[in-house]
Design a protein around this ligand. Structure first.
Ligand code: IPM
Ligand code: MN
Length: 366
């Protein structure tokens, strides 16, 4: 039997409670689709600071090194907010782990089921059939990592801070390929978002993307949009997009906007795919909910586990090539959430639910 070897990093806040549910679903999927799970759990984020003195300790890296993928919960919380910014879990765990495994391609599906359009802050008539778009965000370049990045004191005594936005052709081309692959599996349209009226990196981005698509994917309908306009268009008519494709910081912002118009962060999964393949010949990747640790509801058993479950499904798809199992899980979540809302079984919205009840319902639907 095929064995799926992955690292489990539940992290902080609601991470551990939704992770438990996702593992149960993966076990059940394994029984149905004929694979075994072999996973090792390790500390990441605030809990790793508490136990090991750092957010992404060597011992955790060792667990990830031998795995074929990482299933990630979420990191951070009020307990660690007084640390210097560079040592806070989000920055000291997520950014190094992205760099360590060259997780350059962040895939964030923005999905709102047609039955649940009421959950969106957008007027229902703007999204009569729900929302179905995907954001492809470059994740290891741009202003997040460019050098110099520093705060210095000027001669007159005032402080000055610098971040540097850097992109090179090869970084743009490899993420362009992910946008192409994604568009081919969906509606065949890519909107590349930049700020080419102001930024040099964006001028290069637009040029490289245009040439790369012309050469490698002439059948894909490519358009370009400035980021300020894209933010507006997303709120006006999200379904005009199929694949929204952009650099690191613009993708950070736009994917949160996408999250909120899709009704609930509790439903949003993400995949961060690496530059190297795992032992199975599929991309190494990190899979995490887009929502964060939700410290206000952590430990109460009311966090929506769907984003974690759907992240596990993405792991099956991208890092293990288990497309059928991935689709079965996605369908089970959909049936649970839409069916539950219709029958009143799950009458608590999407941000908070009864975590275990919802997990059990997804299990039954699988
Ligand atoms: C995200 C998060 C991270 C980011 C933070 C926590 C470093 O907001 O994954 O979108 O900005 O990339
Ligand atoms: Mn973000």
């Amino acid at each position: 039997m095929k064995t799926l070897k992955f690292a489990v990093l539940p992290g902080d806040g609601i991470g551990p409670e939704v992770m438990d549910v996702a593992i149960d679903i993966l076990q059940a999927a394994g029984q149905r689709f004929g694979f075994a799970l072999e996973y090792e759990t390790a500390d990441i984020g605030g809990i790793a600071i508490d136990h090991h003195g750092e957010a992404f300790p060597e011992s955790t890296k060792a667990v990830c090194d031998t795995a074929d993928a990482i299933l990630f919960g979420s990191v951070g919380g009020p307990k660690w907010e007084s640390l210097p910014p560079k040592e806070q879990p989000e920055r000291a765990a997520l950014l190094p782990i992205r760099k360590a495994y060259s997780l350059y391609a962040n895939v964030r599906p923005g999905l709102l089921y047609g039955e649940l359009t009421d959950a969106s802050p957008l007027k229902t008539e703007r999204i009569p059939e729900g929302i179905d778009i995907v954001c492809i965000r470059e994740l290891t370049g741009g202003i997040y990592f460019g050098q110099p990045k520093a705060t210095t004191t000027l001669e007159n005594g005032e402080s000055q801070a610098v971040d540097t936005m850097v992109y090179k052709t090869s970084e743009i081309e490899r993420i362009a390929q992910v946008a192409i692959d994604t568009a081919r599996s969906r509606g065949g349209r890519v909107c590349s978002v930049d700020k080419a009226n102001v930024l040099e990196t964006s001028v290069l981005w637009r040029k490289v993307v245009t040439e790369y698509f012309a050469k490698h994917a002439p059948e894909i309908e490519l358009s370009h949009m400035y980021v300020d306009n894209a933010a507006m268009q997303l709120a006006r008519d999200p379904n005009q997009f199929d694949v929204l494709f952009t650099e690191n910081m613009f993708g950070d912002i736009l994917s949160d906007e996408m999250g909120v118009i899709c009704g609930s962060l509790g439903m949003l999964a993400s995949a961060s795919l690496g530059a190297t393949n795992n032992q199975l010949g599929h991309p190494y990747g990190l899979y995490e909910p887009s929502g964060g640790t939700a410290p206000d509801i952590a430990g109460l058993g009311i966090a929506n586990p769907c984003a974690q479950i759907l992240s596990a499904a993405l792991m099956l798809r991208y890092s293990f090539g288990e497309e059928e199992a991935a689709q079965a899980i996605e369908k089970a979540v959909r049936d649970t959430v839409t069916g539950g809302v219709r029958t009143g079984d799950i009458a608590f919205g999407l941000d908070t639910v009864d975590t275990k009840t919802m997990g059990a319902a997804v299990l039954r639907s699988l």
